[in-house]
Design a protein around this ligand. Structure first.
Ligand SMILES: [Zn+2]
Length: 463
Protein backbone atom coordinates (compact mmCIF):
# COMPACT_ATOMS: atom_id res chain seq x y z
CA UNK A 1 0.00 0.00 0.00
CA UNK A 2 2.76 2.33 1.09
CA UNK A 3 4.81 1.34 -1.94
CA UNK A 4 1.92 1.93 -4.28
CA UNK A 5 1.47 5.42 -2.81
CA UNK A 6 5.15 6.12 -3.12
CA UNK A 7 5.09 5.03 -6.74
CA UNK A 8 2.03 7.21 -7.46
CA UNK A 9 3.75 10.12 -5.79
CA UNK A 10 6.97 9.60 -7.80
CA UNK A 11 4.93 9.46 -10.99
CA UNK A 12 3.06 12.61 -10.06
CA UNK A 13 6.35 14.32 -9.25
CA UNK A 14 7.82 13.32 -12.59
CA UNK A 15 4.74 14.66 -14.37
CA UNK A 16 4.96 17.93 -12.45
CA UNK A 17 8.67 18.21 -13.30
CA UNK A 18 7.92 17.74 -16.99
CA UNK A 19 5.13 20.30 -16.75
CA UNK A 20 7.46 22.74 -14.97
CA UNK A 21 10.14 22.33 -17.62
CA UNK A 22 7.51 22.92 -20.30
CA UNK A 23 6.30 26.06 -18.45
CA UNK A 24 9.89 27.28 -18.04
CA UNK A 25 10.42 26.92 -21.75
CA UNK A 26 7.11 28.66 -22.41
CA UNK A 27 8.07 31.53 -20.06
CA UNK A 28 11.46 31.79 -21.68
CA UNK A 29 9.82 31.92 -25.13
CA UNK A 30 7.36 34.57 -23.90
CA UNK A 31 10.19 36.62 -22.37
CA UNK A 32 12.01 36.66 -25.66
CA UNK A 33 8.81 37.61 -27.46
CA UNK A 34 7.97 40.41 -24.99
CA UNK A 35 11.55 41.59 -25.03
CA UNK A 36 11.57 41.85 -28.81
CA UNK A 37 8.24 43.72 -28.77
CA UNK A 38 9.36 46.18 -26.07
CA UNK A 39 12.85 46.56 -27.41
CA UNK A 40 14.24 45.99 -23.92
CA UNK A 41 16.65 43.31 -22.73
CA UNK A 42 15.08 40.20 -21.19
CA UNK A 43 16.76 40.83 -17.85
CA UNK A 44 14.90 44.12 -17.49
CA UNK A 45 11.55 42.47 -17.90
CA UNK A 46 12.20 39.27 -16.00
CA UNK A 47 9.37 40.13 -13.65
CA UNK A 48 7.04 41.46 -16.25
CA UNK A 49 3.61 39.98 -16.47
CA UNK A 50 0.59 41.43 -18.12
CA UNK A 51 -1.75 43.28 -15.83
CA UNK A 52 -4.21 40.51 -15.11
CA UNK A 53 -6.06 42.48 -12.45
CA UNK A 54 -7.16 45.02 -15.06
CA UNK A 55 -6.38 47.78 -12.58
CA UNK A 56 -5.69 51.39 -13.35
CA UNK A 57 -2.02 50.99 -14.03
CA UNK A 58 -0.68 53.73 -16.22
CA UNK A 59 1.50 51.41 -18.26
CA UNK A 60 0.19 48.54 -20.28
CA UNK A 61 2.80 46.23 -18.76
CA UNK A 62 3.19 45.77 -15.05
CA UNK A 63 6.28 44.74 -13.15
CA UNK A 64 4.20 42.51 -10.98
CA UNK A 65 6.59 41.65 -8.23
CA UNK A 66 8.74 43.68 -5.88
CA UNK A 67 11.79 41.60 -5.19
CA UNK A 68 13.71 41.72 -1.92
CA UNK A 69 16.13 44.26 -3.33
CA UNK A 70 13.24 46.54 -4.31
CA UNK A 71 11.69 46.19 -0.86
CA UNK A 72 14.98 47.09 0.80
CA UNK A 73 15.77 49.96 -1.57
CA UNK A 74 12.36 51.63 -1.52
CA UNK A 75 11.47 50.78 2.08
CA UNK A 76 11.21 54.42 3.22
CA UNK A 77 8.63 55.24 0.58
CA UNK A 78 6.97 51.80 0.62
CA UNK A 79 5.78 52.37 4.17
CA UNK A 80 3.99 55.56 3.14
CA UNK A 81 0.30 54.59 2.93
CA UNK A 82 -0.08 56.81 -0.17
CA UNK A 83 2.59 54.82 -2.00
CA UNK A 84 2.74 51.32 -0.54
CA UNK A 85 3.41 48.25 -2.66
CA UNK A 86 0.73 49.23 -5.15
CA UNK A 87 2.23 52.69 -5.73
CA UNK A 88 5.74 51.30 -6.04
CA UNK A 89 4.51 48.75 -8.59
CA UNK A 90 2.89 51.55 -10.55
CA UNK A 91 6.18 53.44 -10.57
CA UNK A 92 8.03 50.32 -11.62
CA UNK A 93 5.60 49.69 -14.45
CA UNK A 94 5.59 53.27 -15.75
CA UNK A 95 7.67 55.31 -18.10
CA UNK A 96 8.51 59.02 -18.18
CA UNK A 97 10.05 61.01 -21.02
CA UNK A 98 12.17 64.01 -20.07
CA UNK A 99 12.76 66.44 -22.91
CA UNK A 100 15.90 68.43 -22.10
CA UNK A 101 18.82 67.00 -20.08
CA UNK A 102 19.81 70.39 -18.68
CA UNK A 103 19.09 72.43 -15.56
CA UNK A 104 15.53 71.13 -15.15
CA UNK A 105 16.03 67.70 -16.70
CA UNK A 106 18.98 66.65 -14.51
CA UNK A 107 17.27 66.96 -11.11
CA UNK A 108 14.02 65.54 -12.53
CA UNK A 109 15.87 62.54 -13.96
CA UNK A 110 17.82 61.72 -10.83
CA UNK A 111 14.75 61.80 -8.55
CA UNK A 112 12.63 59.74 -10.94
CA UNK A 113 15.49 57.25 -11.09
CA UNK A 114 15.83 57.18 -7.32
CA UNK A 115 12.08 56.70 -6.90
CA UNK A 116 12.17 53.60 -9.09
CA UNK A 117 10.45 54.63 -12.31
CA UNK A 118 10.46 51.70 -14.73
CA UNK A 119 11.70 53.41 -17.87
CA UNK A 120 13.21 56.85 -18.29
CA UNK A 121 13.58 58.40 -21.74
CA UNK A 122 15.92 61.38 -22.14
CA UNK A 123 15.90 63.68 -25.16
CA UNK A 124 18.65 66.23 -25.87
CA UNK A 125 20.81 67.08 -28.83
CA UNK A 126 23.51 69.04 -27.01
CA UNK A 127 26.86 68.13 -25.56
CA UNK A 128 28.12 68.99 -22.09
CA UNK A 129 29.80 72.40 -21.86
CA UNK A 130 31.62 73.96 -18.92
CA UNK A 131 28.94 76.65 -18.52
CA UNK A 132 26.32 73.91 -17.94
CA UNK A 133 27.87 72.50 -14.80
CA UNK A 134 26.64 75.07 -12.29
CA UNK A 135 23.08 73.84 -12.76
CA UNK A 136 23.12 70.64 -14.84
CA UNK A 137 24.31 68.54 -11.94
CA UNK A 138 24.37 65.09 -13.57
CA UNK A 139 27.20 66.11 -15.89
CA UNK A 140 30.82 66.14 -14.79
CA UNK A 141 34.09 67.86 -15.66
CA UNK A 142 35.43 64.74 -17.33
CA UNK A 143 32.39 64.58 -19.63
CA UNK A 144 32.83 67.93 -21.40
CA UNK A 145 31.95 67.37 -25.04
CA UNK A 146 30.00 64.19 -24.26
CA UNK A 147 26.35 63.91 -25.31
CA UNK A 148 24.15 65.18 -22.49
CA UNK A 149 21.69 62.29 -22.67
CA UNK A 150 24.52 59.75 -22.42
CA UNK A 151 26.10 61.64 -19.54
CA UNK A 152 22.76 61.95 -17.68
CA UNK A 153 21.90 58.28 -18.23
CA UNK A 154 25.35 57.22 -16.97
CA UNK A 155 24.96 59.24 -13.77
CA UNK A 156 21.42 57.99 -13.17
CA UNK A 157 22.38 54.36 -13.81
CA UNK A 158 25.00 54.58 -11.09
CA UNK A 159 22.24 55.48 -8.66
CA UNK A 160 19.71 52.85 -9.74
CA UNK A 161 20.68 50.24 -12.31
CA UNK A 162 17.23 48.62 -12.32
CA UNK A 163 15.77 51.54 -14.30
CA UNK A 164 15.71 51.20 -18.08
CA UNK A 165 17.27 54.31 -19.62
CA UNK A 166 16.56 55.28 -23.20
CA UNK A 167 18.76 58.18 -24.39
CA UNK A 168 17.58 59.98 -27.54
CA UNK A 169 20.41 62.09 -28.89
CA UNK A 170 18.31 64.19 -31.22
CA UNK A 171 16.36 67.38 -31.48
CA UNK A 172 12.68 66.69 -30.95
CA UNK A 173 10.75 67.86 -34.01
CA UNK A 174 7.45 67.42 -35.81
CA UNK A 175 8.73 64.31 -37.59
CA UNK A 176 9.88 62.32 -34.55
CA UNK A 177 7.92 63.67 -31.55
CA UNK A 178 4.78 61.50 -31.77
CA UNK A 179 6.79 58.40 -32.50
CA UNK A 180 8.84 58.87 -29.32
CA UNK A 181 6.18 60.25 -26.99
CA UNK A 182 3.71 57.42 -27.65
CA UNK A 183 6.00 55.01 -25.77
CA UNK A 184 5.73 56.96 -22.51
CA UNK A 185 3.08 57.57 -19.86
CA UNK A 186 4.07 61.09 -18.79
CA UNK A 187 6.14 63.78 -20.53
CA UNK A 188 8.28 66.39 -18.78
CA UNK A 189 9.07 69.65 -20.54
CA UNK A 190 12.53 70.58 -19.33
CA UNK A 191 13.45 72.80 -22.28
CA UNK A 192 14.07 76.50 -22.60
CA UNK A 193 12.39 77.61 -25.81
CA UNK A 194 8.88 78.47 -26.96
CA UNK A 195 8.84 76.42 -30.19
CA UNK A 196 9.52 73.18 -28.29
CA UNK A 197 6.83 74.10 -25.74
CA UNK A 198 4.20 74.23 -28.49
CA UNK A 199 5.57 71.10 -30.13
CA UNK A 200 5.45 69.15 -26.87
CA UNK A 201 2.01 70.49 -26.03
CA UNK A 202 0.47 69.50 -29.35
CA UNK A 203 2.22 66.12 -29.37
CA UNK A 204 0.96 65.38 -25.84
CA UNK A 205 -2.60 66.41 -26.74
CA UNK A 206 -2.52 64.23 -29.87
CA UNK A 207 -1.15 61.23 -27.94
CA UNK A 208 -3.25 61.95 -24.81
CA UNK A 209 -0.30 62.23 -22.43
CA UNK A 210 -0.05 64.52 -19.42
CA UNK A 211 2.64 67.19 -19.81
CA UNK A 212 4.50 68.43 -16.74
CA UNK A 213 5.94 71.79 -17.65
CA UNK A 214 8.63 73.72 -15.82
CA UNK A 215 10.73 76.78 -16.48
CA UNK A 216 13.41 78.76 -14.67
CA UNK A 217 15.10 82.06 -15.35
CA UNK A 218 17.23 84.31 -13.14
CA UNK A 219 15.73 83.82 -9.65
CA UNK A 220 12.28 82.72 -10.76
CA UNK A 221 10.64 79.44 -11.59
CA UNK A 222 7.26 78.22 -12.81
CA UNK A 223 5.51 74.89 -12.85
CA UNK A 224 2.22 73.49 -14.11
CA UNK A 225 0.68 70.33 -15.59
CA UNK A 226 -1.01 70.55 -18.99
CA UNK A 227 -3.46 68.26 -20.70
CA UNK A 228 -4.42 66.38 -17.57
CA UNK A 229 -7.76 65.53 -15.99
CA UNK A 230 -9.73 67.88 -18.22
CA UNK A 231 -7.44 70.83 -17.50
CA UNK A 232 -6.12 73.24 -20.12
CA UNK A 233 -3.30 72.64 -22.55
CA UNK A 234 -0.57 75.21 -23.23
CA UNK A 235 -2.47 76.46 -26.30
CA UNK A 236 -5.67 76.96 -24.25
CA UNK A 237 -3.71 79.55 -22.27
CA UNK A 238 -1.44 80.90 -25.00
CA UNK A 239 -3.11 80.51 -28.40
CA UNK A 240 -0.43 82.75 -29.96
CA UNK A 241 3.31 82.60 -29.37
CA UNK A 242 4.98 85.65 -27.81
CA UNK A 243 7.02 87.92 -30.14
CA UNK A 244 10.48 86.30 -30.32
CA UNK A 245 12.26 89.47 -29.16
CA UNK A 246 10.33 89.42 -25.85
CA UNK A 247 11.58 85.95 -24.92
CA UNK A 248 14.70 85.70 -22.78
CA UNK A 249 16.52 82.43 -22.19
CA UNK A 250 19.00 81.45 -19.47
CA UNK A 251 21.92 82.03 -21.80
CA UNK A 252 21.00 85.70 -22.17
CA UNK A 253 19.18 86.38 -18.89
CA UNK A 254 21.19 84.22 -16.52
CA UNK A 255 19.93 81.78 -13.91
CA UNK A 256 20.98 80.72 -10.43
CA UNK A 257 21.61 76.96 -10.67
CA UNK A 258 19.56 75.97 -7.67
CA UNK A 259 16.40 77.56 -9.16
CA UNK A 260 16.00 75.04 -12.03
CA UNK A 261 17.16 72.46 -9.47
CA UNK A 262 14.07 73.17 -7.36
CA UNK A 263 11.67 73.34 -10.31
CA UNK A 264 13.13 70.14 -11.83
CA UNK A 265 12.56 68.33 -8.52
CA UNK A 266 8.97 69.57 -8.51
CA UNK A 267 8.50 68.27 -12.06
CA UNK A 268 9.68 64.85 -10.88
CA UNK A 269 7.30 65.09 -7.92
CA UNK A 270 4.32 65.82 -10.15
CA UNK A 271 5.26 62.98 -12.52
CA UNK A 272 5.48 60.56 -9.57
CA UNK A 273 2.07 61.70 -8.28
CA UNK A 274 0.48 61.28 -11.71
CA UNK A 275 1.99 57.84 -12.19
CA UNK A 276 1.16 56.60 -8.69
CA UNK A 277 -2.22 58.32 -8.86
CA UNK A 278 -1.86 60.11 -5.53
CA UNK A 279 -2.69 63.61 -4.36
CA UNK A 280 -3.71 66.45 -6.59
CA UNK A 281 -1.48 67.75 -9.28
CA UNK A 282 -0.90 71.21 -10.58
CA UNK A 283 -3.34 71.13 -13.45
CA UNK A 284 -5.19 74.41 -14.09
CA UNK A 285 -2.91 76.04 -11.54
CA UNK A 286 0.46 77.68 -11.98
CA UNK A 287 3.17 77.65 -9.34
CA UNK A 288 5.33 80.78 -9.19
CA UNK A 289 8.56 80.43 -7.29
CA UNK A 290 10.59 83.48 -6.30
CA UNK A 291 14.01 82.47 -5.01
CA UNK A 292 14.98 85.94 -3.77
CA UNK A 293 12.26 86.13 -1.14
CA UNK A 294 11.79 82.35 -1.12
CA UNK A 295 8.09 82.44 -1.83
CA UNK A 296 5.81 79.99 -3.58
CA UNK A 297 2.58 81.40 -4.98
CA UNK A 298 -0.20 79.62 -6.79
CA UNK A 299 -2.39 81.24 -9.40
CA UNK A 300 -5.45 79.70 -10.96
CA UNK A 301 -5.25 79.27 -14.71
CA UNK A 302 -7.98 79.59 -17.31
CA UNK A 303 -9.83 76.32 -17.74
CA UNK A 304 -9.72 74.18 -20.85
CA UNK A 305 -10.93 76.26 -23.84
CA UNK A 306 -13.54 74.66 -26.14
CA UNK A 307 -12.17 76.93 -28.89
CA UNK A 308 -8.60 75.64 -28.49
CA UNK A 309 -7.14 74.74 -31.87
CA UNK A 310 -5.65 71.50 -30.66
CA UNK A 311 -7.69 70.27 -27.68
CA UNK A 312 -10.97 72.14 -28.28
CA UNK A 313 -14.29 70.89 -29.62
CA UNK A 314 -13.36 71.40 -33.26
CA UNK A 315 -9.60 71.07 -33.41
CA UNK A 316 -7.89 72.26 -36.58
CA UNK A 317 -4.45 71.08 -35.53
CA UNK A 318 -4.71 67.33 -35.97
CA UNK A 319 -1.08 66.73 -36.79
CA UNK A 320 2.17 68.41 -35.81
CA UNK A 321 3.04 71.64 -37.64
CA UNK A 322 6.24 73.63 -38.25
CA UNK A 323 6.81 75.12 -34.79
CA UNK A 324 9.86 77.21 -35.65
CA UNK A 325 7.81 78.94 -38.33
CA UNK A 326 4.78 79.25 -36.01
CA UNK A 327 6.87 80.87 -33.26
CA UNK A 328 9.27 82.78 -35.52
CA UNK A 329 12.05 81.38 -33.35
CA UNK A 330 14.33 78.38 -33.44
CA UNK A 331 13.55 75.30 -31.37
CA UNK A 332 16.86 75.30 -29.59
CA UNK A 333 18.12 76.39 -26.20
CA UNK A 334 21.45 77.32 -27.75
CA UNK A 335 22.62 80.83 -28.43
CA UNK A 336 20.83 82.42 -31.32
CA UNK A 337 22.63 84.74 -33.69
CA UNK A 338 20.79 87.58 -35.36
CA UNK A 339 21.37 89.05 -38.78
CA UNK A 340 20.10 92.59 -38.66
CA UNK A 341 22.97 94.56 -40.20
CA UNK A 342 24.58 94.38 -43.62
CA UNK A 343 28.19 93.27 -43.85
CA UNK A 344 29.50 96.83 -44.41
CA UNK A 345 27.85 97.91 -41.16
CA UNK A 346 29.95 95.40 -39.25
CA UNK A 347 33.62 94.79 -38.70
CA UNK A 348 35.25 91.49 -37.91
CA UNK A 349 37.24 90.94 -34.72
CA UNK A 350 40.41 90.56 -36.81
CA UNK A 351 39.80 93.89 -38.51
CA UNK A 352 39.15 95.47 -35.10
CA UNK A 353 42.44 94.03 -33.82
CA UNK A 354 44.21 95.74 -36.76
CA UNK A 355 42.52 99.02 -35.86
CA UNK A 356 43.89 98.73 -32.33
CA UNK A 357 47.39 97.86 -33.57
CA UNK A 358 47.38 100.81 -35.96
CA UNK A 359 45.92 103.12 -33.31
CA UNK A 360 43.03 104.13 -35.55
CA UNK A 361 40.91 106.58 -33.54
CA UNK A 362 37.39 105.43 -32.72
CA UNK A 363 34.88 105.47 -29.92
CA UNK A 364 34.21 102.01 -28.48
CA UNK A 365 30.86 101.56 -26.78
CA UNK A 366 30.19 98.40 -24.82
CA UNK A 367 26.43 97.85 -24.66
CA UNK A 368 26.47 95.07 -22.05
CA UNK A 369 25.21 95.46 -18.49
CA UNK A 370 27.56 96.88 -15.82
CA UNK A 371 27.74 93.45 -14.16
CA UNK A 372 28.98 91.95 -17.43
CA UNK A 373 31.53 94.76 -17.78
CA UNK A 374 33.04 93.52 -14.51
CA UNK A 375 33.56 90.04 -15.99
CA UNK A 376 35.76 91.11 -18.91
CA UNK A 377 36.41 93.98 -21.35
CA UNK A 378 38.29 94.54 -24.58
CA UNK A 379 41.79 96.04 -24.26
CA UNK A 380 40.64 99.41 -25.68
CA UNK A 381 38.91 101.71 -23.21
CA UNK A 382 35.18 101.64 -23.80
CA UNK A 383 32.33 103.69 -22.51
CA UNK A 384 29.52 101.60 -21.14
CA UNK A 385 26.02 102.32 -22.37
CA UNK A 386 23.81 99.32 -21.55
CA UNK A 387 21.29 98.18 -24.16
CA UNK A 388 18.25 99.53 -22.34
CA UNK A 389 19.65 103.09 -22.38
CA UNK A 390 21.17 103.20 -25.85
CA UNK A 391 18.22 105.09 -27.34
CA UNK A 392 17.91 107.60 -24.51
CA UNK A 393 18.65 111.25 -25.17
CA UNK A 394 21.25 111.45 -22.41
CA UNK A 395 23.14 108.54 -23.98
CA UNK A 396 23.12 110.11 -27.42
CA UNK A 397 24.35 113.41 -25.92
CA UNK A 398 27.08 111.56 -24.06
CA UNK A 399 28.28 109.97 -27.29
CA UNK A 400 28.34 113.34 -29.07
CA UNK A 401 30.25 114.95 -26.19
CA UNK A 402 32.70 112.08 -26.05
CA UNK A 403 33.40 112.43 -29.77
CA UNK A 404 33.82 116.19 -29.42
CA UNK A 405 36.31 115.76 -26.56
CA UNK A 406 38.39 113.30 -28.56
CA UNK A 407 38.32 114.96 -31.97
CA UNK A 408 37.97 118.37 -33.44
CA UNK A 409 35.58 117.06 -36.03
CA UNK A 410 32.60 114.77 -35.40
CA UNK A 411 33.58 112.04 -37.80
CA UNK A 412 35.08 109.70 -35.20
CA UNK A 413 33.67 106.27 -35.99
CA UNK A 414 31.58 104.67 -33.27
CA UNK A 415 32.02 100.93 -32.75
CA UNK A 416 29.64 98.94 -30.62
CA UNK A 417 30.42 95.68 -28.90
CA UNK A 418 28.42 93.19 -26.83
CA UNK A 419 28.83 89.58 -25.74
CA UNK A 420 27.89 87.77 -28.95
CA UNK A 421 27.17 90.42 -31.55
CA UNK A 422 23.38 90.31 -31.31
CA UNK A 423 22.50 93.23 -29.03
CA UNK A 424 25.18 95.35 -30.69
CA UNK A 425 23.34 95.06 -34.03
CA UNK A 426 20.08 96.27 -32.52
CA UNK A 427 21.99 99.09 -30.82
CA UNK A 428 23.62 100.12 -34.13
CA UNK A 429 20.17 100.52 -35.69
CA UNK A 430 18.92 102.56 -32.73
CA UNK A 431 21.94 104.86 -32.77
CA UNK A 432 21.94 105.27 -36.56
CA UNK A 433 18.41 106.61 -36.25
CA UNK A 434 19.31 108.93 -33.37
CA UNK A 435 22.48 110.20 -35.07
CA UNK A 436 21.13 110.43 -38.60
CA UNK A 437 21.61 114.21 -38.70
CA UNK A 438 25.31 113.90 -37.96
CA UNK A 439 28.03 112.31 -40.11
CA UNK A 440 28.93 109.80 -37.39
CA UNK A 441 29.19 106.23 -38.62
CA UNK A 442 28.10 103.46 -36.28
CA UNK A 443 29.19 99.86 -36.72
CA UNK A 444 29.37 96.79 -34.52
CA UNK A 445 31.93 94.08 -33.93
CA UNK A 446 30.72 90.90 -35.53
CA UNK A 447 30.37 88.04 -33.05
CA UNK A 448 31.22 90.33 -30.12
CA UNK A 449 33.50 89.27 -27.29
CA UNK A 450 32.84 85.58 -27.96
CA UNK A 451 34.34 85.93 -31.45
CA UNK A 452 37.24 87.95 -29.99
CA UNK A 453 38.01 85.09 -27.60
CA UNK A 454 37.76 82.49 -30.35
CA UNK A 455 39.63 84.24 -33.14
CA UNK A 456 41.94 86.79 -31.56
CA UNK A 457 42.74 86.09 -27.93
CA UNK A 458 42.38 82.53 -26.66
CA UNK A 459 43.00 83.70 -23.12
CA UNK A 460 39.99 86.00 -23.20
CA UNK A 461 37.19 84.64 -20.97
CA UNK A 462 33.98 83.30 -22.49
CA UNK A 463 30.81 83.41 -20.41
ZN1 LIG B 1 -6.00 73.38 -25.50
Amino acid sequence: MENARASDFAEELALLRTELTRKDEEISRLKTLISSKLGEPVSDISEVLLDQAGGDFVGSVVHYVLNNEDIGRYSRQLILPEIGVRGQLKLKSSSVLIVGAGGLGCPAAIYLTAAGIGKLGLVDFDEVEINNLHRQVLHTEDRLGVSKVISAAQSCKRLNSSVVFVPYRLQLNSQNALQIIKHYDVVLDATDNVATRYLLNDACVLTKKPLVSGSALRFEGQLTVYNYQGGPCYRCLYPKPPPPETVTNCSDGGVLGVVPGIIGCLEALEAIKIVANIGTTYFQRLLLFDALDLSFRTIKLRPHQPTCLVCGDKPTITELIDYEQFCGARATDKDRSKNILTSDERISVKRYKEMLERNIPHLLIDVRTPVEMEICQLPHTAINIPMDSVGKEESVNRIKEEIKSQMTEDSLPVILVCRRGNDSQTAVRTLQEKLKDSNITVKDIQGGLTAWAKQVDNNFPVY
